[in-house]
Design a protein around this ligand. Structure first.
Ligand SMILES: [Zn+2]
Length: 263
């Protein structure tokens, strides 16, 4: 059985950026392993930290179950603080997971995305990109080898980003779209915080939006999530020139292509 290992800096990133492909891998019989890097302790509106920790963890497991994830790994770093975490510390955790789960494919934010303004996303992307080759070395982190793990790296890296720059791989997620929307909706606590950020931006622009006020105050988030997730997936399919009824996700995929001639 092939394994895909997904690095999600925050609980909701995986469902939002690659939930369709994750569900598709699961449908095709792959083992899907999801690693949440931070604890999301600050990602809520009006809730104390302890309650935020509890809810985001519970919602992560619910979302993962919808997508067919086999195993959730919690690395537990403090959220929104990875810029202050040594890159080597993060990289070691990524190397360990590569050696432990021995994936065929790794999914992560794109280290080449210069527009990324979330340092948790950027740091995890950097750590995973370095771990890809460090995990091959038999002298890096000998404690892993002493524990019985062996050098390993993935055959393919699928990188996602907010702007989808340098896309070279588009995946049809039409059959998985409903599950992707359900999985994103499962992250109620974090989605409400996302909507609150948009609400405050419009407020600063002097344009209060009652629908956003209502959503932050406890209203149904599904119509907003459906419009956002469905709209983004349709736009990617349209850009690829696909049928108007199709939905897709975009990746910058790095595999063995560049080495084929040599081999
Ligand atoms: Zn995130």
């Amino acid at each position: 059985m092939r394994t895909v290992l997904v690095f999600s800096p925050h609980a909701d990133d995986a469902a939002i950026f690659c939930g369709g492909a994750m569900a598709r891998f699961a449908d095709e019989g792959w083992r899907v392993v999801l690693a949440r890097v931070t604890d999301d302790r600050f990602d809520s509106v009006g809730l104390p930290v302890a309650e935020t920790l509890r809810r985001t963890a519970e919602e992560l497991h619910h979302s993962a179950a919808i997508l067919g994830v086999s195993e959730v790994v919690e690395l537990g770093f403090v959220t929104d603080c990875l810029a202050d975490t040594p890159l080597g510390t993060l990289r070691e955790r990524a190397v360990r997971l590569l050696r432990q789960y021995r994936p065929h494919t790794v999914m992560s934010f794109d280290p080449a995305d210069r527009f990324e303004d979330n340092q948790d996303h950027a740091r995890v992307a950097q750590a995973v990109a370095e771990a890809f080759w460090v995990a091959c070395f038999d002298k890096h982190h000998p404690q892993h080898l002493a524990e019985g793990l062996a050098p390993h790296t993935a055959a393919e890296r699928w990188y996602f980003s907010r702007r989808g720059a340098d896309t070279n791989h588009v995946v049809d997620i039409t059959p998985q779209l409903a599950r992707k929307i359900d999985a994103v909706c499962a992250h109620q606590t974090q989605m409400r915080n996302v909507v609150n950020q948009v609400r405050l931006q419009f407020q600063a622009a002097g344009r209060p939006v009652p629908a956003l006020d209502h959503a932050v105050a406890g209203g149904d988030l599904r119509p907003l999530v459906q419009a956002f997730v469905g709209g983004a997936a349709r736009a990617i399919a349209q850009e690829a020139g696909w049928d108007a009824a199709c939905f897709a996700e975009a990746y910058r995929r790095e595999g063995t292509d560049a080495l084929e001639d040599l081999i």
